[in-house]
Design a protein around this ligand. Structure first.
Ligand code: UDP
Length: 238
């Protein structure tokens, strides 16, 4: 199974990839490297939407485990994604790529609010749009925010950049015999509870027929390689 023709993608990066070798927060040198990847993908002629998580700074579930109100923690997590979006915007613009950040939680002196039609216009003008603050609702994740924006923006694929090169039948970090799937169906992912994206995000992609491409963001040039149909990845589709 190959990918359909791709003109517009949504790239989802977890907050952790912004840490580089650090244990927490943002490593600007690493963000600059990621921005190069995103720039290279755009230079192939694609329209690029970005969603970045917040796990390198704060996760609501982790806060709740230590006694913080879950909803408050989730709002803090969403604010963390805005910080990451601004860091990525800065890195992209330092490389000459025009960008706009749109937040699901309006904060007008920091960035634009999320307005779909406006985002469309930015993409048409060659800007990268970074969607921040996830869905704007607690009890969701940025994976679900990414699936939602991919559906709203009519993206041809959702690219999930991770630290592994695809979806495995067991965790390759612990099982040397783990096997990678080249392709797998949404239903298989959901029924086997494979750790691709959370179930809400996978279900949303299934409903809207958006292929999910899971690949390693740690390899240089991989976004463009994966999109050209080469490289190593797992495609989740019907
Ligand atoms: N979050 C939320 N609603 C959303 C998206 C995110 O409440 O729509 C909060 C939630 O607390 C989450 C945190 O923001 O843990 C950071 O997002 P996520 O865990 O998805 O980041 P990632 O794992 O991709 O770095």
């Amino acid at each position: 199974m190959a990918l359909p023709e791709i003109k517009r993608v949504l790239l989802k990066l977890s907050g952790e990839v912004l840490m580089g070798e650090q244990e927490y927060g943002i490593d600007p040198a690493y963000v600059a490297r990621l921005a190069e990847e995103v720039k290279a993908a755009q230079e192939t002629g694609l329209q690029v939407c970005l969603v970045i998580g917040g796990g390198n700074i704060f996760r609501g579930v982790a806060g709740a485990a230590r006694g913080l109100d879950r909803t408050t923690g989730d709002y803090m997590g969403m604010l963390a994604t805005v910080m990451n979006a601004l860091a990525m915007q800065d890195a992209l613009e330092q490389q000459g790529v025009p960008t706009r950040v749109q937040s699901a939680i309006p904060m007008s002196s920091v960035c634009e609010p999320y307005i779909r039609r406006r985002a469309e216009r930015h993409l048409e003008k060659g800007r990268i749009v970074i969607f921040a603050a996830g869905t704007g609702n607690p009890f969701f994740t940025t994976d679900t925010g990414a699936a939602l924006r991919a559906a709203e923006m009519n993206c041809d694929a959702l690219l999930k950049g991770t630290s592994v090169d695809g979806v495995y039948d067991s965790d390759p970090k612990y099982n040397p015999d783990a096997t990678r799937f080249d392709t797998i169906s949404y239903d298989q992912v959901l029924s086997a509870n494979l750790k691709v994206m959370d179930a809400t995000a996978v279900a949303l992609c299934r409903e809207n027929d958006i292929p999910i491409v899971v690949f390693s963001i740690r390899e240089k040039g991989n976004v463009a390689t994966v999109l050209s149909g080469k490289g190593t990845q797992t495609i989740v589709q019907k």
